[in-house]
Write a protein that binds this ligand. Sequence first.
Ligand SMILES: [Zn+2]
Length: 564
Amino acid sequence: MTSQDLIMFYRQFILLLSACLACAAAFSNPLALDTDIDPQRLSDIVKTLASDEFEGRAPGTAGEEKTIAYLVEQFKALGLKPAGTSGAWTQSVPMLHTTIEQPDKLAFSATDKSLQLIQGENIEISTLHDVDAINFDSAPVVFVGFGVDAPERDWDDFGDIDLRGKVAIFLVNDPDFSASPEEPVAGRFGDRRMTYYGRWAYKFEEAARRGALAALVIHETEAAGYGWSVAASSPGDNIALAESSGAEPPVMLQGWLKYEAAESLFEMAGLDLSQQRKQARSPDFKAMPLKGLSMNAELKVKTEQFESQNVLAMLPGTTRSDEYLMVSSHWDAFGLGVPDEQGRTVRPGANDDALGTAGVLELARVLKQGEPLQRSVLFAVWTGEESGLLGSKAYAEKPLYPLEKTAANFTLDILQTAGLARDVILVGEGQSELEDDLAAAAAQQGRVVTPETLPENGLFFRADHFSMAKQGVPVLLMMGIAGGADLVEGGREAGEQWIADYVGNCYHKTCDAWDENWNLDGAVQDINAFEIIIRDLANSERWPEWKSGSEFKAIRDASAAARP
Ligand SMILES: [Zn+2]
């Protein structure tokens, strides 16, 4: 090669290299976003909320005080209006905290055997009652299968069994979750999609309606959607609304039974659990007493009433300020727990849901800065989500702004931190017209909508948007663990791996901490999708509706006269 050749070669090499760099740059960011949502601000807010100083933001603790003060200061600085009770920034949510430590006595007994139950190890049991002690002897035990009473699906697990004063044992999820296609039950409960009948919340409510003393759900990782360590992450601890307009008083004791313990229990009754699980999928299944078995308990209960707070801020609309869009997240996390391997006790809830809360604050900032909107936007940061959607439930029971004139609720709860995605994940496919809005917003971003890939986890029933849905408000949820996004780097596989890592290692644990290596570009995309929909809806006269077939349509339709 001559020197001239060498120079030519280098020139071509450099041209090629620069072209390659340009194409690589374009490839790494093909989805240039038209938004002021700032990933650095998201990161900074999460860093603060998830710092040790906030002690994992458990309701009723010093961590709550710091969190509320921080959120109010942020909304104030953005120039929003206080939208809580009587001109305040907050709405009070009275709560009851109960703790059952290692019980004096807790066991299942048969004539010749007994099974000792150890809090957090093979059982997780708590109460929602304001009592000092719970004592009972020889309570009969009944296996209720999936414990579903669904006349509209022609399914009744209970028959004429009387559950009063008894311990009801439930299977998790709904009857067709693990059914093969040839079984008669297949498809009756949405196949692998979890219906509300699959949620523990439904099972405890159903047991209460039937006057049961206790309700225990047999834990299975796949069917529950999370492992035993998540189910038993705060053994014996429970928080409920101190004043709720809910129907029946809850069961005295509720919780999870570890699968291996349930196996032993069934053995004591001469039964095989795996066979009974299969039996419970048959339409002929009926609840049955576990013969010769009873449960004994002597438990001390510590109770404490306290006030927690929802934070509410308003961006008033210009011409139709009495019509609302609601944007929400939850500020609470799991507080302090037992030390992990590294000695960390704070469960900082960085992704769940400091990141969603940062998203709400960023939406507040960019919407306030932008062109004025005709409808009002209410920003609501709820308390007590992790204790059973309590803050949002309290608001839904005593709304400060009419729900029938709330056009939609947008909830951010866990966003992926693995970078730009080619799609956005839709939770609750087929529910409301908001999914068409989401598709339009995604198209504007150069993305497509992908339905959640893990509908069996029942995420549509597991975040605060559900409290609003139950009252008929159309909802849209962004939840990073609903399905693996098709990431620009690594595709769907990388998106699924992110979920597996997060849910497997960090969800609800000390490891859910702020990380400087997060790539928040995908989170910005998802928040921006809400931004696009909100700007459009806030300047429109449209009231999104539930689609036909949605269980929430009837309640919304009943208030149609209230909307112009
Ligand atoms: Zn959450």
